[in-house]
Design a protein around this ligand. Sequence first.
Ligand SMILES: C[S@@+](CC[C@H](N)C(=O)[O-])C[C@H]1O[C@@H](n2cnc3c(N)ncnc32)[C@H](O)[C@@H]1O
Length: 323
Amino acid sequence: MHVNSHAEPGGHVPVMLRRVLELFAPALAVPAPVLVDANLGLGGHAEALLAAHPALHLIGVDRDPVAIERSTARLAPYADRTTLVKAVSDELPEVLAAAGRDRADGVLFDLGVSSPQLDEAERGFAYSYDAPLDMRMDTGQELTADAVVNTYSEGELTRILRDYGEERFASRVARFIAREREAGHITSTKRLAEIVRDAIPAATRRTGGNPAKRTFQALRIEVNGELTAFERALPAALDALVVGGRVVVLAYHSLEDRLAKRILTARTRDTGPPGLPVPLPSHQPRFRLVTRGAELPDEEELARNPRAASARLRAAERIREPK
Ligand SMILES: C[S@@+](CC[C@H](N)C(=O)[O-])C[C@H]1O[C@@H](n2cnc3c(N)ncnc32)[C@H](O)[C@@H]1O
């Protein structure tokens, strides 16, 4: 089932597509450009980039084998210009090397879950369907949401719910989960959503959407190690850029966006001691920010694709070679 009736075939709408194309245009206006799409998904952004740049070679990465399978079919007309790899985004240097490249002209991060991951009930990402507690993007991976919910200590659950879900009632939700699982293994998304709803005080339950949203986000981030992967992948992407090369990040919750902001800001700053009369070249930043703050989707896109609502876009460009 697909939520958005205006979506392309396959139910997928690439987020902020026009802006992504615009931001990459100058970086890809070189003879044989190379772009790494670190979150290939259904290949929506990838397809548009390949169509817009006839000489582009696109290296697409996704940890979800189903995403690789589907995007391979979708991008078949561009098969001679694509290398699609099942890998985690922080393996970017190895993926580039295996494709016979050492630098890239562009790297795109479109973080988080894809529409099919959310819409296919059996994958267990969505609180709106009843399904086994799975939430693995890489279906070959061992750790599942079931294991997190049923085996992590109450303290660990509290930390995850607080840090990854920004759940105000983290310790209460963790306590309710710990109590419930003593009575029997918690196996389904529906049961978990009920436990969370019972744990959230009634007065707050009336505001802020489904109370299970934050818990499900937290579990998903833990199961897939999402923030740790991105924290390694973004610096690796910046390191791989040629001068004039650009990285574009689409983040969907404040934790990812804050991480992107922190890493990009640190790389675009002069690192010299304050007050030097002449800035030393070795202290000058290697990158500049291309976006001012985080850019948001416009009204027209939001009306067409409500899932774009939480998107935050940031971009940076390499302006000097590494030291
Ligand atoms: C929002 S979707 C990308 C959609 C894509 N831009 C498109 O237009 O079709 C995010 C994808 O990133 C993948 N993913 C998330 N974290 C990843 C990681 N650390 N390494 C590799 N793939 C990851 C997910 O499996 C999912 O398919």
